[in-house]
Write a protein that binds this ligand. Structure first.
Ligand code: SAH
Ligand code: SF4
Ligand code: F3S
Length: 463
């Protein structure tokens, strides 16, 4: 019997990857994906705990789901609600207490056990036991990667592939080391095998994922380990793989081999998300980032020497405890000096259990808001300026989906900009639809004709 599965994903790309893998592991048990929770037999919320509002959103979603679940129960139909991801890991037992509608709670390391957990909840519910709830947030000795199905349903030309998980850095603001556990790198051969499967399914671009992806050090067959730069080199040798990206990197682990990969390997895209968080050495130290602003500039210079067109991105936190106007100005200065293509910025959010949350030098909310506004204005200007430099250029765009307007396809530039491509200019005797479907899921040469703050517009160039 086929059953319906609805997964809602919050947070980072690693959760996106994990959600896919949960669907893969449930497929042999008869589950197919549904677009809405209404017809679902199982709803999985794959949660994020990085900032305050993230968890609150999950609780309100559970409230909505409870109504669907209750209505179904009245009609004699079963629905199970599972909470996975980082909130589950951090607050599993508390979530169970606070939201009785939850049937299953599982942490990011136990997804391969989801079918068993579900079976046990079903059996308990069928036998009429009052408590049919199951919680599993252990960090198993074995890794989920060894147990997830080999094959994965894949559609589209761009895919994520998790190569590293967990974090040993313990930045003082961050929950990730507590929710994802210690750093672990998958063996090189496993990653190559998974990449080959993706390529067979038509994937042209792979984004390698890890909370600390450039700390990657995966086993090789010869007993040695490979760095991320080495892994990228091996992946670039695979026939059919056109583009390689990776995220998220830490400045501490930007080694010479990885910097050289940007210079030497054409498949390694000229885009790097390298979060710096702050431009003040005092704050960087208090954050336990273990590098200075000057070291960050050196890395950027080395990258730009090897690959002058590399586009840079970062994460910033404003209002970390103890941040003065002067510290914040150092962040603004860093942004002016680096000149980003795009970036994410956040107000510091105290996370339970992290060292910075108990510091007495918390910054007032209105100060955080003012600083965020000023920083985002500067980053926004830089992003528009960067996008404008694309106008008139012809670049490869990986066309991933149909756009809202007729004859429009949407894809990504090498610099990760969204590009809306009008394909009607090439229409001669065949229809627009035909052209569009022929170009989908492919790399196309596109001439950029217009730049907006968040995306570009282009037309197909001579292929
Ligand atoms: N591993 C990555 C980041 C993972 S979290 C790295 O080391 O950079 C993604 C981003 O969320 C972080 O870069 C940081 O900018 C932001 N973030 C993490 N914890 C936060 C907190 N407590 N308050 C505000 N922003 C936070
Ligand atoms: Fe969090 Fe720091 Fe680890 Fe990134 S490096 S995941 S910010 S602890
Ligand atoms: Fe969020 Fe966990 Fe990712 S806290 S950002 S889902 S690692």
């Amino acid at each position: 019997m086929t059953k319906k599965l609805f997964i809602k994903t919050y947070g980072c790309q690693m959760n996106v990857y994990d959600s896919k893998r949960m669907a893969d592991v449930l497929k042999p048990h008869g589950y197919t994906l549904s677009e809405t929770p209404d017809e679902a037999n199982l709803v999985v919320l794959n949660t994020c705990h990085i900032r305050e509002k993230a968890a609150e959103k999950v609780y309100s979603e559970i409230g909505r789901l409870r109504q669907i679940k209750d209505a179904k129960a009245e009609g004699g139909e079963d629905m199970y609600i599972a909470v996975a991801g980082c909130v589950a890991q951090a607050e599993g037992p508390e979530m169970m207490r606070r939201a009785p509608a939850i049937d299953l709670v599982l942490g990011p390391q136990t997804y391969h056990r989801l079918p068993d957990m579900l079976k046990s909840a079903e059996e308990q519910r069928r036998s009429g036991r009052r408590s049919s709830r199951v919680l599993d947030t252990e960090f198993p000795v074995e890794t989920k990667f060894d147990h997830l199905p080999q094959d994965s349903d894949y559609e589209g030309p761009a895919a994520f592939l998790t190569v590293q998980e967990g974090c040993d850095k313990f930045c003082t603001f961050c929950v990730v080391p507590y929710t994802r556990g210690a750093e672990y790198s998958r063996p090189v051969q496993d990653i190559i095998d998974e990449a080959k499967l993706l390529i067979q399914k038509g994937v042209l671009e792979i984004t390698l994922l890890g909370q600390n992806v450039n700390a990657y050090h995966g086993d090789l067959e010869n007993g040695k380990t490979a760095s991320l730069g080495e892994l990228i080199k091996r992946l670039a040798d695979l026939d059919g793989l056109e583009r390689i990206r990776y995220t998220t990197s830490h400045p501490r682990d930007m080694d010479a081999e990885l910097i050289a990969a940007h210079r030497d390997i054409p498949e390694c895209m000229p885009y790097l998300h390298l979060p710096v968080q702050s431009g003040s050495d005092k704050i960087l130290d208090a954050m336990n980032r273990k590098h200075t602003a000057e070291r960050y500039f050196e890395i950027i210079d080395e990258l730009r020497t090897g690959r002058p067109d590399i586009a840079l991105s970062s994460d910033f936190i404003v209002g970390f405890p103890g941040e003065t106007d002067e510290d914040f100005e150092a962040t603004m200065e860093l942004v002016r000096r680096v000149n980003y293509a795009q970036a994410y910025s956040f107000k510091y959010s105290p996370r339970p259990g992290t060292p910075a949350s108990v510091l007495e030098t918390q910054v007032e909310e209105h100060v955080k808001s003012e600083r965020l506004t000023a920083l985002q204005a500067l980053l926004g200007e830089q992003q528009i300026a960067f996008n404008k430099t694309s106008v008139g250029k012809t670049m490869d765009v990986l066309l991933e989906r149909i756009g809202k307007e007729e004859g429009q396809l949407v894809g990504r530039s090498p610099y990760l900009q969204a590009v809306h491509v009008d394909v009607t200019n090439t229409v001669q005797d065949h229809s627009t639809d035909n052209i569009a479907s022929n170009m989908m899921n492919k790399l196309a040469k596109v001439e950029i004709v217009e730049a907006g703050p968040r995306s570009l517009k282009g037309v197909l160039a001579e292929q």
